[in-house]
Design a binder for this molecule. Structure first.
Ligand SMILES: *[C@@H]1O[C@H](CO)[C@@H](O)[C@H](O)[C@H]1NC(C)=O
Ligand SMILES: *[C@@H]1O[C@H](CO)[C@@H](O)[C@H](O)[C@H]1NC(C)=O
Ligand SMILES: *[C@@H]1O[C@H](CO)[C@@H](O)[C@H](O)[C@H]1NC(C)=O
Ligand SMILES: *[C@@H]1O[C@H](CO)[C@@H](O)[C@H](O)[C@H]1NC(C)=O
Ligand SMILES: *[C@@H]1O[C@H](CO)[C@@H](O)[C@H](O)[C@H]1NC(C)=O
Ligand SMILES: *[C@@H]1O[C@H](CO)[C@@H](O)[C@H](O)[C@H]1NC(C)=O
Ligand SMILES: *[C@@H]1O[C@H](CO)[C@@H](O)[C@H](O)[C@H]1NC(C)=O
Ligand SMILES: *[C@@H]1O[C@H](CO)[C@@H](O)[C@H](O)[C@H]1NC(C)=O
Length: 900
């Protein structure tokens, strides 16, 4: 269905080539049409009658009219220059979409040699391909591709014994069209080009036999034909002229060696991509010495390749992506053609579980333009260069286990456009010579162990539009010298390194779209230059030491993602942000912003994620915030916000079950993503821990208002947000009852109301919350019995401290009986007071000290199963160190809490 345009062009070229080779005479005649004889009146009448049946809304056939005598001059008509007979009728590509009925009058054009009705809806009276086409006995070229006619191709086409070219392929969208009988093809002995793409040949089991009866066949294109099988052994091979065979996107599902065509040594082009063939490739492949193009990709990683390809001297393209189950890359490369002039230009072996080392023998691949060995398990170092890499423009060894340094010979590849070595274990730093690859447009070196400075030569790469050096140990400064000449840069990711110093005042390019510098040691201010980046939609500077105020950009930039958390930014809550009307994500947490929450926050109606936690904000939560109907995540924790929780928070309808599953695809909420997003660390304090999420984060609908100075009650209306997974209102001064309808918050998994002044009994509906796995009601003024329910019992048994500090509570599972005086127990009370002190500091330590990741990684892993939590490679490294430490700490806390 999604046939690539490149492929389409290729088919066209093949068709054009066939046309030029096969019909030089017709082509000549066309250019010199109607020089001598002119149009025969009978033919002219036939053509006019034909036009009657055509709905020519765009007036394509305007030259066809009564007043124009010489029909040989009409557009789309070619006559034989000697006889005046119409020999070619071409209503294909050049016309707009003609629809209508093919009039039988057309039969007068009995000398027709070429008929092209491609991309039309010209059919018979019943909208089928007309049977009368079988009457044009002189036809050599028939193109019925992409016509909108129903029904099977009429078997009468088998009468066209002179036919050399037949294209019956249908538009990809009408794949339901069947072709159950193709035996009539065997009556076309001269047929050299046959395209049946997208027709359903699912019931034609013997198609290889039919094909084998067409000895002159050179081009056979059966792309996406639902062919049942290609397994067939032919005693006598007839199709010895076949050059071009395209069987891609047919799900054969049998051993590749049993296919019928392996002995056809005339093949120049073989496409078996997306065919689910498996098993070893047959040795006969090594005898197909005419092959120039071999596409064996996407067969499903169940094939193996041990064939000697050394004799395939003409091979220019070899694609094997996602086809092999495994293999030794060293041995594979040894089997590649070793001919005096090596024509191999494109070699792709992506995602094949290949192991072993790259050998220096690769240096013989002089003409290589594209090499993709990514997503394998290749080890060792990157070998010595391709001797002359002057043609190389695409080099991808990413996602392997390569070690050693980035070789400096890459600097000689002056045509290199695309270089990816990311996700390996490469060390040392980036060679200066790379600056010579002045054609480079995309450079990916992320997720390695690169160290040292970034050479300023990188600044010579003036075509560079995409630069990813993230997840390394690079250090030093990023200066204007690096940046100024990078006039075309659109994406830059330097995150998770050790860069330091101030940000460059200028970034060179005005086209920057994503700027990701998080997790470094950058300090100083954000340069004013940011305001000039009109296309910037991602600004990620979190986890640095940046300070000062945000630049006041006057016009409203295109920013959608603004991530500035964990810096030292200060100043009043930045009013310039009100211009950023497209903002989707705003994370300003863990800075020193102060002042009140402005009412205009409610104008940023595209916000899905608003995190302002751990700043110095004060004042009330203004009801305007409830204009944010796309908001899925609201975190204002750790400020000094006072006043009451507005009941209108219930208007945050993106947090209801009805809307939450839609992922913001509701009519007006846009759901934007960007590439670096998976690397960002999304924190949410939930289940009594600070959890870290990758992309799974967007499923975590959350409100966190903890650690503030909120007063009043918990509004009943809040319970209508039944899509929320996390509600944290702990460490406030909330009073009153827990809303009795709390059980309506069906999705909730983590509910923390601890450290408030909530009173009265726990509503019985709480036990309705079947997804609840973490609850904390400790240190309130709750009284009475705990509602019965196995869910609450389980939570309690896992963490008995959840009701601590509520002196009035009694009954099972608590040990305290509900006696007449409501079971006051002084002993317990004293105990919990004791615990209060150290716990308080512990939580604070958790809040500030652990953010960098030790704690969160552990917790992430803890909840991995339930939460599809993604964590990041960087933290893998830390994990080993962190694990032991955190386990001990966690164990201690648990002990303390249970004893408390
Ligand atoms: C011709 O095509 C136009 C536009 O598609 C359509 O409105 C009209 O009904 C057609 N006329 C006939 C006779 O089919
Ligand atoms: C007519 O076509 C033939 C080839 O079919 C060509 O040799 C001849 O020159 C043409 N005559 C004219 C007058 O163009
Ligand atoms: C080879 O082609 C000829 C001509 O179409 C046919 O008669 C013959 O049966 C074919 N042989 C096989 C083995 O199919
Ligand atoms: C290919 O030819 C070999 C002999 O050269 C024969 O043994 C084999 O069966 C043939 N394969 C097919 C699929 O026809
Ligand atoms: C071929 O398979 C790959 C991987 O399964 C898929 O991404 C691609 O879209 C498929 N191509 C076609 C044309 O079906
Ligand atoms: C390859 O061709 C040679 C010579 O024609 C033949 O001897 C050999 O059997 C063929 N190999 C295969 C696997 O078909
Ligand atoms: C490949 O390179 C060699 C020189 O190394 C050259 O002679 C030959 O023509 C090239 N082939 C192609 C197809 O470019
Ligand atoms: C891969 O093959 C080479 C050459 O045969 C051999 O030296 C090497 O040990 C193999 N690698 C592995 C991992 O088996």
């Amino acid at each position: 269905m999604d046939q690539s345009p490149a492929k389409f062009v290729l088919l066209l070229m093949a068709a054009a080539a066939a046309w030029i080779c096969v019909f030089p005479v017709v082509a000549d005649a066309r250019s010199a049409h109607a020089v001598a004889a002119g149009c025969i009146p009978r033919k002219r009448d036939a053509l006019l009658a034909f036009k009657q049946g055509v709905n020519d809304t765009e007036d394509d056939l305007v030259s066809w009219h009564e007043g124009s005598q010489d029909c040989c001059r009409w557009e789309g008509i070619t006559c034989d220059n000697a006889t005046g007979h119409v020999v070619e009728l071409d209503l294909g590509w050049w016309t707009s979409f003609l629809v209508g009925q093919i009039s039988p009058s057309l039969l007068s054009l009995e000398h027709l040699e070429s008929l092209d009705l491609a991309y039309t809806g010209l059919c018979d009276h019943a909208h089928r391909l007309p049977e009368l086409l079988g009457s044009f006995k002189n036809l050599r070229h028939l193109d019925l591709s992409n016509t909108l006619c129903h029904g099977e191709a009429p078997p009468q086409l088998g009468n066209l014994s002179k036919l050399e070219y037949l294209d019956l392929s249908v538009p990809a969208i009408t794949q339901e069209r069947d072709l159950k009988n193709i035996s009539w093809l065997t009556r076309l002995p001269l047929l050299s080009y046959l395209d049946l793409s997208y027709l359903n040949l699912g019931s034609v089991a013997d198609w290889p036999l039919v094909v084998n009866m067409i000895p002159s066949l050179e081009y056979l294109i059966l792309y996406d034909c639902s062919l049942p099988s290609a397994a067939r052994s032919l005693t006598h091979l007839n199709t010895t002229n076949l050059k071009h065979l395209d069987l891609s996107r047919n799900y054969f599902g049998h051993p590749v060696a049993s296919c019928w065509f392996w002995n056809i040594t005339s093949l120049e082009y073989l496409d078996l991509s997306n065919t689910t063939l498996y098993g070893p490739f047959p040795g006969a492949l090594g005898n197909m010495t005419s092959l120039q193009w071999l596409d064996l990709s996407n067969m499903g990683n169940k094939a193996t390749m041990t064939v000697e390809l050394g004799n395939l001297c003409d091979l220019g393209t070899l694609r094997l992506d996602r086809s092999l189950s495994s293999g030794n890359i060293t041995e594979f490369l040894e089997k590649l053609p070793k001919c005096s002039s090596n024509r191999l230009q494109e070699l792709t072996l992506k995602s094949n579980n290949m192991f072993g080392k790259l050998m220096n023998s690769m240096g013989q691949l002089n003409n290589l333009t594209m090499l993709d060995l990514s997503h394998n398990n290749i080890t060792g170092t990157i070998p010595l260069g391709i001797h002359k890499c002057s043609y190389l423009w695409h080099y991808d060894l990413s996602y392997n286990h390569l070690t050693g340094a980035i070789p400096s010979w890459l600097g000689n590849c002056t045509r290199l456009c695309y270089l990816s070595l990311s996700n390996n274990q490469l060390t040392r730093a980036i060679p200066t010579g790379l600056g010579n690859c002045t054609s480079l447009e995309q450079l990916y070196l992320s997720s390695n162990h690169l160290t040292g400075y970034v050479p300023s030569m990188i600044g010579m790469l003036s075509h560079l539009c995409d630069l990813d050096l993230s997840n390394n140990n690079l250090d030093g400064m990023v200066t204007e010298e690096h940046m100024l000449a990078l006039k075309n840069l659109e994406y830059m990711d330097l995150s998770h390194n050790s860069f330091s110093g101030p940000l460059p005042l200028h970034f060179g390019s005005r086209w920057l779209r994503e700027l990701t510098l998080s997790f470094n040691y950058f300090n100083g201010h954000i340069p004013k230059y940011i305001c000039q980046l009109k296309f910037l939609f991602v600004l990620e500077l979190s986890y640095n030491f940046l300070d000062g105020e945000l630049p006041q950009c006057s016009h409203a930039p295109s920013l959608i993602f603004l991530l500035l958390s964990n810096n030292n930014f200060s100043g009043k809550f930045p009013s310039s942000l009100r211009n950023y009307s497209r903002l989707n994500f705003m994370d300003l947490s863990r800075n020193n912003f102060y002042g009140t929450l402005p009412s205009w926050i409610g104008d940023l109606v595209n916000l899905r994620y608003l995190q302002l936690s751990h700043n110095l904000l004060h004042g009330d939560i203004l009801p305007n915030i409830t204009n944010l109907y796309c908001l899925r995540h609201l975190n204002l924790a750790g400020n000094s916000i006072s006043g009451v929780i507005p009941s209108s928070l219930s208007k945050l309808t993106a947090m209801t079950q009805a809307n939450s599953k839609k992922h913001g695809t509701d009519k007006s909420c846009s759901s934007n993503n960007y590439r670096g997003m998976t690397k960002e660390v999304w924190l949410v304090v939930m289940k009594r821990q600070e959890l870290k999420y990758g992309t799974g984060f967007f499923d975590v609908l959350s409100i966190d208002l903890s650690l503030n100075k909120l007063v009043g009650g918990i509004p009943d209306e809040l319970t209508s947000l039944n899509g929320l997974l996390n509600l944290n209102l702990s460490w406030n001064h909330l009073a009153g009852q827990i809303p009795s309808r709390i059980g309506a918050m069906e999705s909730i998994e983590s509910l923390d109301l601890s450290r408030n002044n909530l009173c009265d009994e726990i509503p019985t509906s709480l036990s309705n919350l079947t997804y609840l796995s973490s609850l904390d009601l400790s240190y309130n003024k709750l009284t009475g019995r705990i509602p019965p329910g196995s869910q609450l019992d389980t939570i309690y048994s896992e963490n008995p401290s959840i009701y601590n500090g509520n002196i009035g509570m009694c009954g099972p599972p608590l040990e305290r009986n509900c006696s007449g005086n409501n079971g006051l127990e002084h002993v317990n009370q004293q105990n919990s007071e004791k615990v209060y002190g150290p716990m308080f500091f512990f939580y604070f330590g958790l809040g500030s000290g652990f953010v960098v990741g030790l704690w969160v990684v552990f917790c992430t892993l803890l909840f991995n199963k339930a939460w599809r939590v993604a964590y990041f490679r960087l933290f893998d490294k830390l994990y080993d160190n962190a694990h032991a430490f955190v386990v001990v700490t966690w164990g201690m806390i648990n002990d303390e809490e249970t004893t408390g």
